[in-house]
Design a protein around this ligand. Structure first.
Ligand code: BJW
Ligand code: ZN
Length: 261
């Protein structure tokens, strides 16, 4: 329950905005059991995630990188969207809300899939099918060929016991996770759509991101420069707090549903 002044101001701004841009990061999935990228417990074995999420690491040791992604795919496959994902999915079906995520866990999409069932319980006349989130950094459950660039959805377990058992393309080459690693370009269509939404937003809601990875964090800078009121939900101050007119400290799964109620 949000009762203080800042929360009420945030609720009012979101409730009266014509256009809202939401940027989410790993923290939005914390209550679902997905580890954040940089938080405590952000290590897998002795490796920092930052050193595994690179093309160089994959070139050097594809088995190690696939082992890490296989582990994350299994972990995330057991996780379900939480109240923040559901509230945001419902919001994208109610108003002009553009949802942009850095997450590769697919939980926003699962929440969007669940909206029709929830619509029956809500007021169907006010709602439309939720817009799909813009996924800036790709998906854990998609593969891309390292040679011919062909993509495919895939949820099967990864066998990283040898190079031969790793996922391969029909062209014979090795497949990689279809995610964006450091030094790689984001899909220009998704990034352009996010930047356009940022220039048009009255309110920019930033949830559960450390705000240190660009160009994703730059989307908030664009919104702020274009005059959007920036609202941040995060238990900690972040690199983007300087842009926030309102910082709400807390768990996204509690704060976000109360804000969008
Ligand atoms: C809670 C919570 C709860 C906890 N409730 N909250 C400009 C300036 C500086 C550097 C650069 C720049 N432009 C580009 C760069 C370089 C680089 C970069 O940004 N580096 C910085 C880190 C220094 N960027 C890139 O390399 C990008 N590419 C690029 O720019 O290409 C240029 C190019 C152009 C043309 C041709 C070729 C190249 C690509 C960046 C890709 C990032 N990819 C990753 C991995 C994805 C795959 C995977 O997951 O395996 O994306 S890195 C990782 O960080 C992942 C995340 O999406 C991303 C952001 O992390 P996020 O979500 O913020 O997570 P955390 O863990 O950092 O934070 C969690 C937050 O949640 C914390 O604040 C907690 O407090 C909070 N929290 N519990 C709410 N319950
Ligand atoms: Zn191929």
């Amino acid at each position: 329950m949000l009762t203080d002044d800042r929360s009420e101001r945030a609720r009012l701004a979101l409730g009266t905005a014509d256009r809202v841009l939401v940027l989410t990061g790993a923290g939005v999935s914390h209550a679902s059991g997905v580890p954040t990228f940089r938080g405590g417990g952000g290590f897998w074995r002795e490796h920092r995630p930052e050193t595994l999420a690179t093309a160089e690491a994959f070139e050097r040791d594809p088995r190690l990188v696939w082992e890490w992604y296989g582990w994350r795919r299994e972990l995330v496959a057991q996780c379900a969207p939480n109240a923040a994902h559901h509230a945001l999915a419902l919001a994208t079906s109610r108003a002009v809300v553009t949802l942009v995520t850095q997450n590769v866990d697919g939980l926003h999409d699962l929440a969007a899939d669940a909206v029709p069932a929830r619509l029956d319980e809500a007021q169907p006349q006010q709602l439309q099918a939720p817009a799909r989130p813009i996924t800036l950094h790709g998906s854990l459950f998609a593969l891309r060929c390292t040679v011919c660039d062909v993509r495919r959805a895939d949820r099967t377990p990864i066998d990283a016991s040898s190079l031969e058992t790793l996922p391969h393309c029909r062209c014979g080459a090795l497949m990689r996770p279809d995610v964006v690693w450091f030094g790689e370009a984001l899909d220009p269509v998704g990034l352009d759509a996010a930047v356009t939404a940022a220039t048009q937003a009255d309110v920019c809601l930033v949830v559960g991101t450390s705000g240190v990875v660009y160009p994703a964090a730059g989307v908030v800078e664009v919104a702020s420069r274009a005059g959007a009121l920036v609202i941040e939900v995060n238990p900690e101050p972040t690199a983007l707090t300087r842009l926030a007119a309102i910082h709400l400290s807390g768990d996204a799964a509690e704060v976000v549903p109360a804000l969008l109620d």
